[in-house]
Ligand binder design. Structure first.
Ligand code: CA
Length: 237
């Protein structure tokens, strides 16, 4: 992404519904962003792959190429570019599918514009922070290289998403106590108000993480659940 200009964050909004697309563009411009838009999947993907964006807001239901396919194609060439998906349904399958394909977050329609603005800010803040903070670290017999988003174990490479590494980092910074799902949603996901957020989002990520870091994911030894409390990392044991 060498084309980024300093200063205003560059957003790409891929959304076929004209009033939503135009409304979002106006609000983000008003809030200090530089915005480009695309009204269909093909042109959206073309713009996204052209580079230069700090974040992409991606609708799922699009004519031609849908948001899942676009997310997938972007992730083939860029594993870092932050993507927030707009889901028309709050169905668990849509959310899981989006997160699996590497979306950083999702917002369910109808959404509040303030909520979307807050999510965009949180994702941008985290993506900048991650690059600044992270040097490689050891977790059991796994060595994690955050810049390349991979872990290596006995010569084998295991890919991680940015969010997964953020969770591990947060837990490793709190080794003494279990961390609650609400705290993770607040501190790692960046939600200001977690009362209405489904905590299963956290559990979905923990299950994915266990498949990568545990030798026996159903009997976790490293990323453990503390009943009634939350999650704890026991990398030293
Ligand atoms: Ca749509």
């Amino acid at each position: 992404m060498g084309k980024m200009k300093p200063g205003k964050p560059q957003l790409l909004i891929i959304e076929d519904e004209e009033p939503i697309r135009q409304g979002l563009a106006d609000v983000f411009v008003f809030n200090g962003y530089e915005v480009e838009t695309a009204a269909d999947g093909e042109s959206g993907l073309k713009k996204a792959l052209g580079g230069g964006f700090h974040l992409i807001i991606l609708d799922i239901m699009l004519p031609g190429l849908d948001g899942f396919s676009i997310c997938n194609r972007i992730r083939e060439v860029d594993r870092y570019l932050p993507i927030i998906m707009l889901t028309a349904k709050t169905s668990e399958e849509d959310i899981i599918k989006g997160l699996r394909l590497g979306a950083d977050d999702y917002v369910a329609k109808p959404f509040s514009i303030r909520q979307l603005l807050a999510r965009v800010e949180a994702v941008l803040r985290r993506s900048g922070k991650l690059h600044r903070d992270m040097s490689s670290f050891q977790l059991g017999d796994l060595l994690i290289h955050p810049d390349s988003l991979v872990g290596t174990r006995k010569g084998k490479e295991i890919p991680f998403t940015r969010r997964e590494l953020e969770i591990l980092l947060y837990l490793s910074a709190h080794p003494e106590t279990p961390v609650s799902r609400q705290e993770l949603l607040r501190e790692v996901w960046g939600y200001a108000n977690v009362d209405f957020i489904e905590t299963r989002t956290v559990d979905i990520h923990m299950a994915k993480l266990r498949r990568k870091i545990e030798s026996e994911p159903s009997q976790p030894q490293i990323l453990v659940t503390v009943r009634g409390e939350g999650y704890q990392l026991r990398a030293g044991t």
